[in-house]
Design a protein around this ligand. Structure first.
Ligand code: ZN
Ligand code: ZN
Length: 409
């Protein structure tokens, strides 16, 4: 176990963040994950970090605040967070976030309060978020177990066993169970590159999705779209991985080019709430109808964030047969579940999915077909019978996915 922890902390610092000499590392960590955050600090210093700054997160306190603070505070933006994050961002810091929330902690909190809070945070941190989404700073999201999260994933196991099982599942997902994880990630990137080459060389004008669950949708792609996946290049040209694990290759649809029905294939954990068995109907890119067996009000709040929250900003392809989905575990954590399944995201598109997009203004990106929003939320739609066709400029249909997997790989 200790050996794997060391390997994992080292992998995050060296391959995920790819820390550079004299660089500052900011770590967002739940207080339950303190031991691991300290280990990450040590590995970062050993790799040349100038300073490691830890921002502790306590979701229990967040919950108490939602329950008991004066109502108007949820429309106020805490300026110090902006000062702190933007200050370090401008100094070229790298940002590592440990995502490990209790999937159901916030289920009794008023969804309106949460969406108001979410909105002021997104507005207040727009500059910081844009820097991350255009890779002006290096960032990485990874996870380690907490007892509350592990108990949700493995409800029948005793708390300690559940935690150990979740560790094991995470080590597998991030390839820490392999002898040389750094080499395993290099090989993984090469596999992703083959898929990227196939998609980028065909340069489809649209994709068509179909499965028995009821998904039947056509997504037009912007003329200048590009598929990306795996590592990104940071400001100094060094490769980093914004998500660990990551199995997806992705691009953006045209904000007004989505038509048809999309049915979810996994529950979505949104702000500590579960949204289950949901579906959307799109017309000219916009959600015109939606339903959910559970969490419909939370979903409505998400869609009402702004106009862009009702449109898609990401199309991601993940084979049904992949290291995470083969474990057959529902993680209740988007970082893992999205990498087990083909997914879309409501909200803001990644500028890098347009050629040269990282250097375009917001207006230019919108002109190229990109969606803009204060939010970006992934939801899963992949099934074992999913079929995807690419439609070429000359209206030819090229199979991309059959039986839930890439046709050519
Ligand atoms: Zn994604
Ligand atoms: Zn996403």
């Amino acid at each position: 176990m200790q050996n794997n922890l060391e390997k994992y902390a080292e992998l995050l610092v060296r391959t995920g963040i790819n820390i550079q000499d004299d660089q500052i590392l900011v770590v967002n960590s739940p207080i339950e994950c303190a031991d691991f955050a300290r280990l990450v600090s040590i590995k970062a210093y050993e790799s040349g970090a100038r300073e490691v700054v830890i921002r502790w997160i306590d979701e229990q306190s967040t919950k108490i605040r939602f329950d008991m603070a004066k109502d108007e505070v949820f429309d106020e933006f805490p300026q110090w967070i902006k000062t702190m994050l933007e200050g370090y961002a401008k100094k070229g810091a790298a940002f590592l976030s440990i995502a490990a929330s209790d999937p159901e902690l916030m289920k009794d909190v008023d969804p309106k309060k949460m969406s108001r809070q979410q909105k002021v945070m997104s507005q207040g941190l727009e500059y910081y978020r844009t820097r991350m989404m255009t890779n002006q700073n290096v960032w990485c999201v990874a996870s380690i177990p907490t007892v509350a999260w592990a108990k949700k994933v493995f409800p029948d196991a005793a708390p300690k066993d559940a935690e150990n099982k979740l560790w094991e599942a995470i080590f597998k997902a991030v390839r820490v169970d392999q002898a040389d994880p750094v080499a395993a990630w290099e090989e993984h990137q090469q596999n992703l590159n083959r898929r990227l080459d196939f998609l980028n060389s065909h340069h489809f004008k649209a994709l068509r999705y179909k499965n028995h669950a009821g998904t039947d949708v056509t997504l037009a792609l912007p003329t200048k779209h590009r598929w990306v996946g795996g590592g990104d290049k940071g400001p100094h040209g060094k490769v980093f991985f914004a998500n660990m694990p990551t199995e997806e290759v992705f691009t953006m649809p045209k904000a007004d080019g989505v038509d048809g029905t999309v049915v979810s294939s996994m529950p979505l954990n949104y702000n500590g709430n579960l949204i289950e068995d949901f579906q959307f109907t799109f017309s000219k890119g916009k959600v015109v109808d939606f339903d959910a067996r559970q969490g419909k009000e939370v979903l409505r709040e998400l869609l009402d964030t702004d106009d862009g929250a009702k449109r898609l900003g990401e199309i991601a392809l993940v084979p049904y047969d992949s290291p995470i989905s083969n474990q057959n575990i529902l993680f209740y954590n988007t970082l893992f579940d999205e990498n087990a399944s083909c997914h879309f995201a409501l909200g803001k598109a990644y500028p890098g999915c347009i050629k040269g997009g990282d250097n375009l203004s917001k207006e230019d990106l919108i002109r190229e077909g990109a969606n803009d929003s204060l939010t970006h939320v992934d939801f899963m739609i992949g099934t074992e019978d999913l079929e995807i066709y690419g439609i070429t400029e000359s209206n030819e249909e090229v199979p991309v996915f059959k039986g839930g997997n890439f046709v050519n790989f």
